[in-house]
Structures are given as structure tokens and as C-alpha cells.
Design a protein around this ligand. Structure first.
Ligand code: COA
Length: 275
């Protein structure tokens, strides 16, 4: 367990001879509803670099810490309530540009390993954008999503206008961004913003089960699959089909495709080597 503004926990999946683990990154500023200040971005960026270079890390889960509920004025549960608004005060474009050019949203989006946002509470502004930077979003029934930047005289700056539009479509993105309204988890599910909604008490178990299932596949093939799916967002269809074909055909030269095919034919469990 690595403690800081981002607490890092490792869960060994122990499903392959090579090991393999799920990393859970917990935003740890619950008194500020895990608002994403610069220091948190820096820690997330460093966590990305470490996870990317560590073959043992198979899946990254991102979530938010909750503050104790037994105080006089308990803070609401939050994944992340956005960028830290206190850091916006009195800033010019020259002040904020360097930070927005080197932010955790893009770093997480560019990870080659699968990422899951485990959302329990508010995911607003940069918090929704953080969830959108992940490949899969699982939310508790107690969660709320939104892009309230318009209420600050701003627009989303962590990829929200782009990734939200790709994920939920033009009309829903327009409505969310132009109104700044919050939507509950069940509405987020209806518009495809989240993959599934579960009771808060079951969230961690469901996410770990999902992450474990992915961690059990060939880590090499998982990276190729993620890259190929990304092509669908970046490329026109005809080029995307060509990109997929090229990735698919190349997999026939990997050890893991032989292992997978032979394991199926001999009714064995595949033991991946990751190449
Ligand atoms: N940046 C900095 N601080 C934040 C924050 C943010 N994005 N979101 C919440 N906080 C702080 C609050 O200022 C408050 O601090 P305090 O206890 O010192 O007063 C604390 O977190 C708890 O939030 P509070 O507003 O008291 O909780 P609430 O239950 O009344 O409301 C929200 C919860 C999420 C609706 C409300 O905090 C909110 O609207 N946050 C801003 C969301 C936003 O606009 N995000 C986009 C930023 S670009």
C-alpha cells in the first residue's frame, strides 16, 4: 500500500505463473470531495508511469476515498467533485495552460492497460472526466454525474467535450455540458455513460471480479484489443477495419495465440506467457 493523495493498493490475482495484480488507486482528499488539485494530478501521472512499466500490473481501478460519516457535518461520498476550484481563482490562460497540457486525464487515457472507474458518490466536472478517461465505468446507486463547468463560466477542460460526446453521443453531451445539470447513476446508465450500476455495498466486489476476469487473459492480447478498440474512436471505419485486420493477423505470430488455441483444443486452461 502506497499512501499519499493517491493511495495505491495491489491485489494479487495469482492466476498465471507470471503473477499479475490489480492496482486500486484511491483519490485521498475526502474533505475536498477528492477535488483534483495539481498535486493529485502529479501523483496520478507518476502512478501511470509506474503501472505502465510494471508488467505485473494487469488492470488499474480508480476510485475515491470517503470521509468518516460519524462527524457533526459529514461530507458527502465522492469519486471526485471536479478540478480543485480553489486553484482557478485569479488565474489567467498562461497560468493554467501548462497544467492542462500535462494532466492526469490524458495520461490515464493513454495507459495501454485496461482501466476501470469505480464510482461511489459525486463524479462531477473533472471527476466525470476522470471516469471518462477510464475504459469502463461501474457506479454505485448513490452516484451522480455531471459537467457543471458552465456554471463557473467555463467548459470541460479534461477531455469532457470530446470523450463524453464519443461515449454518450452528441445530444446527451450537449445537454449535460450546456445545462451543467447532475444526473443520477440510473440515468447515466440509460445514456451509456456507465457500464453498470450496483448497490454501494456490492461495488468493490463487482469491480474486483470484473478486473480479475480481465487480468486472467493474456496481458499482451489485452493490450492489442484495447489498441484496436481505440482505433474505432480515432479512425474512419474503413481505416479502422484495416487497423483491426493488421492487429488480428499479427497475433498469429504470438506465443499466446498458440497457447490459447492449443489449450482450447486440448480442453486445458491456457497458461499465458504474455508475448
Ligand atoms: N474544488 C474545491 N473544493 C471543493 C470542490 C471542488 N471542485 N467540490 C467540493 N469542494 C469542497 C467544498 O468547498 C467544501 O469545502 P468546505 O467543507 O471547506 O466548505 C467541501 O468540499 C464539501 O463540499 P460541499 O459543497 O460542502 O458539499 P455539498 O454536499 O453541499 O455539495 C457538491 C456537494 C458536489 C454538490 C458541491 O460541493 C459542488 O457543487 N462542488 C463543485 C462541483 C463542480 O463544480 N465541479 C467542477 C469543477 S470545474
Amino acid at each position: 500500500m502506497v499512501e499519499g493523495l493517491v493511495t495505491i493498493e495491489r491485489i494479487e490475482t495469482q492466476t498465471s505463473p507470471e503473477g499479475g495484480c490489480i492496482e486500486i488507486w484511491t483519490l485521498n482528499r475526502p474533505d475536498r470531495l477528492n477535488a483534483l488539485n495539481r498535486a493529485t494530478h502529479q501523483e496520478l501521472i507518476q502512478a501511470c508511469d509506474r503501472a505502465e512499466s510494471n508488467d505485473n500490473v494487469r488492470v488499474v481501478v480508480i476510485t475515491g476515498a470517503h470521509s468518516p460519516q460519524d462527524t457533526k457535518r459529514p461530507k458527502p461520498k465522492s469519486f471526485a467533485a471536479g478540478a480543485d476550484i480553489a486553484e482557478f481563482s485569479g488565474k489567467s490562460s498562461d497560468d493554467v495552460r501548462p497544467f492542462f497540457e500535462n494532466n492526469a486525464w490524458e495520461k490515464i487515457w493513454n495507459l495501454t492497460k485496461p482501466t476501470i472507474a469505480m464510482v461511489d458518490g459525486y463524479a462531477l466536472g473533472g471527476g466525470t472526466e476522470l471516469a471518462l478517461s477510464c475504459d469502463i465505468r461501474i457506479a454505485s446507486e448513490d452516484s451522480n454525474f455531471g459537467q457543471p463547468e458552465i456554471n463557473l463560466g467555463l467548459i470541460p477542460g479534461g477531455g469532457g467535450t470530446q470523450r463524453l460526446t464519443k461515449i454518450v453521443g452528441y445530444g446527451h453531451a450537449m445537454e449535460l455540458i450546456l445545462t451543467g445539470d447532475m444526473i443520477p447513476a440510473n440515468r447515466a446508465l440509460e445514456i451509456g455513460l456507465v457500464n453498470s450500476v450496483v448497490p454501494s455495498s456490492k461495488l468493490r466486489g463487482e469491480v474486483i471480479a470484473l478486473a480479475t476476469k480481465i487480468a486472467e487473459k493474456s496481458p499482451y492480447t489485452i493490450k492489442v484489443a484495447k489498441r484496436a478498440i481505440r482505433s474505432a474512436l480515432d479512425l474512419p471505419l474503413t481505416q479502422g477495419i484495416l487497423a483491426e485486420r493488421s492487429e488480428f493477423v499479427a497475433l498469429f505470430d504470438t506465443e499466446d495465440s498458440s497457447i490459447g488455441v492449443e489449450a482450447f483444443l486440448s480442453k486445458q486452461k491456457p497458461e499465458w506467457v504474455g508475448k
